[in-house]
Design a binder for this molecule. Structure first.
Ligand code: ADP
Ligand code: ZN
Length: 281
């Protein structure tokens, strides 16, 4: 069987792996995202050089990205702005590189071999330090003018929102990421999200925003499933709250997509392996 490489590129860490099957990334290693891209890339390249010839490499990356040039564009991580991530790997490793956003990769993986196995229409959100969303529509990852940026969906105030809370998105304040990311919970409630007990109002507020996101994507893309991943979804009670709230918000108007947590242990890495496989047909 052919060996594929996977890179999940993030603002704090790059995670690299190899694998023959998408659902089984192995030899997983973490590499710090340095302020000097050349340093990080040298480590990534060394990792793959040690693992023998790859049939192809897949990169599922933080963004925003420009698909035509394979570059990261306007990231607040300034040294990475305009960095030619795809070309630098192609040139150093002499392989074809499949390239997409981390959340598009995760959407692809969850649709092919995760919680939405077999579906052609699926949206994946990660709710962590930031919020991102990727979409598979009719079996194809959505690329338009650029790619989906569902973390910046505009949302309305939750009924139990703390008065005066303005949100933490540096661009919009109170967009989805501004109101529902891990850091927004810490800012609003004064403790890290993982220390808020399940009965805390924080989780009703959080579920409201995530439910708005699910209903909004149901209205726009009509996916069969929405998969919610990322650190904040580590709260086992949260997904059921989101389902209930989405039903209330929808008020019987539409059939709602299934709302699930990831079926894969490493949706981003599995996505990167699938992007590698797709790069060589
Ligand atoms: P990143 O988004 O940086 O890739 P994560 O998806 O792990 O990383 O998200 C980190 C965020 O998730 C932090 O804000 C953290 O407080 C929050 N988080 C991590 N674990 C939990 C948990 N079990 N419950 C709630 N929030 C959590
Ligand atoms: Zn925003």
């Amino acid at each position: 069987m052919s060996l594929y490489g996977a890179v999940e590129a993030g603002g704090t860490k790059f995670v690299v792996a190899v694998g023959e099957k998408a659902e089984e990334p192995r030899e997983i290693e973490r590499i710090e995202t340095s302020n000097q891209p050349a340093e990080t890339m040298a480590e990534v390249i060394r990792y793959f050089e040690r693992r023998g010839p790859l049939a192809a490499l897949g990169v599922a990356t933080f963004g925003p990205v420009d698909f035509a040039s394979g570059r990261i564009t306007t990231t607040p991580k300034l040294p990475w702005q305009n960095f030619p991530l795809k070309a630098s790997l192609e040139q150093a490793l002499h392989v074809k590189v499949g390239f997409d956003t981390d959340v598009n990769g995760a959407a692809l993986a969850e649709a092919r071999c995760g919680a939405g196995r077999g579906l052609e229409d699926l949206v994946y959100f990660t709710i962590g330090t930031g919020i991102g969303g990727g979409a598979l529509c009719g079996g194809r990852l959505v690329h338009g003018l650029m790619h989906s940026e569902m973390g910046h969906l505009l949302v309305r105030r939750a009924p139990e929102e703390v008065e005066g809370f303005q949100g933490v998105c540096p661009y919009h304040g109170d967009c989805l990421e501004g109101m529902a990311s891990g850091p927004s919970m810490q800012e609003r409630w004064g403790v890290p999200a993982d220390q808020l007990p399940p009965e805390h109002a924080a989780w009703r507020v959080e579920a409201d925003y995530l439910a708005q996101a699910c209903v909004n994507v149901a209205c726009v893309l009509s996916p069969q499933a929405v998969v919610l991943g990322g650190g904040v979804m580590g709260q086992a009670h949260l997904v059921e709250r989101v389902r209930r709230r989405a039903k209330e918000l929808c008020n019987g108007y539409l059939p709602l997509p299934r709302i699930e947590t990831p079926g894969l242990k490493y949706p981003g890495l599995s996505g990167a392996l699938l992007l590698a496989m797709e790069a060589v047909g």
